[in-house]
Design a protein around this ligand. Structure first.
Ligand SMILES: *Cc1c(COP(=O)(O)O)cnc(C)c1O
Length: 236
């Protein structure tokens, strides 16, 4: 059963409290951490309830689903981000519509985003996805090629790199992800110290329902929470 709108509102306020506490522990200003609702498989009504309850941003995974919900006004009032794996042939539908693409996982995709954005006279903000657990099942840049990939990205006129994103390996307890989150924090800080054109390390996107407090303690300022807001996804 999908959650009621009241349950969604309670979940959002609980998560925001947890984020605030974790941010205080990490010494970060709590209002710098943004809650991205991972809205995949949840309908427009539930998405609107999450927005009314105070999520800062909506993040979608699939282009078709996003366009359908957008047509229903699901995201009114908050920025829309793209957080799922993006195929090159779908780039045209995302550029300009999403304020930030979290999941740019290859130079080829970066180039395509830049090409489309430039053609439209836009500057598209993106994050570089890092395959921090070196998993075959995940995409993203390996940590050791990140610096050279950022240098390549800085040559592309249609994009602006705003930070990094990661999805660490699935694990049983949130603390197990701490080493991955700390490695991400280090990459974020180290690469933020280098001065490339079109590259600014503003956003570190990591942490989901099971581990967002741990991620915030390790410096995440965008957390992407789905089932913690909407309940378990209904696979049909
Ligand atoms: C679904 C999804 C999330 C949220 O996952 P939950 O465990 O439901 O919080 C976060 N990030 C990405 C990229 C996702 O696809």
């Amino acid at each position: 059963m999908p959650l009621t709108l009241d349950e969604i509102a309670r979940n959002v306020s609980h998560i925001k409290d947890e984020i605030r506490k974790a941010a205080l522990e990490s010494g970060h200003p709590a209002d710098e951490v943004r809650l991205v609702a991972a809205t995949k498989m949840n309908d427009a009504e539930h998405v609107r309830a999450a927005i009314a309850a105070g999520v800062d941003i909506c993040g979608e995974n699939r282009v078709q689903e996003m366009l359908e919900k957008q047509a229903l006004g699901a995201y009114a009032g908050v920025p829309l981000h793209f957080i799922g794996h993006l195929q090159r042939n779908k780039v045209r539908q995302v550029v300009g519509l999403c304020e930030l693409i979290h999941s740019v996982d290859s130079i080829a995709l970066l180039r395509e985003v830049s090409r489309v954005a430039e053609m439209r006279g836009l500057l598209q903000d993106v994050l570089m996805e890092v395959n921090i657990g070196r998993e075959d099942s995940k995409s993203g840049f390996f940590p050791e090629v990140l610096a050279e990939s950022l240098a390549e990205a800085s040559e592309l006129p249609g994009i602006r790199v705003r930070g990094l994103m990661a999805i660490p390996p699935v694990c049983k307890v949130p603390e197990e992800n701490r080493p991955f989150f700390l490695q991400m924090q280090k990459l974020f800080i180290d690469n933020g110290g280098k001065k490339y054109d079109n590259v600014r390390m503003d956003f570190l996107s990591m942490g989901m329902t099971g581990d967002y407090t741990e991620a915030v303690r390790c410096g995440a300022n965008l957390v992407r929470v789905g089932s913690g807001i909407f309940g378990p996804r209904q696979y049909t």
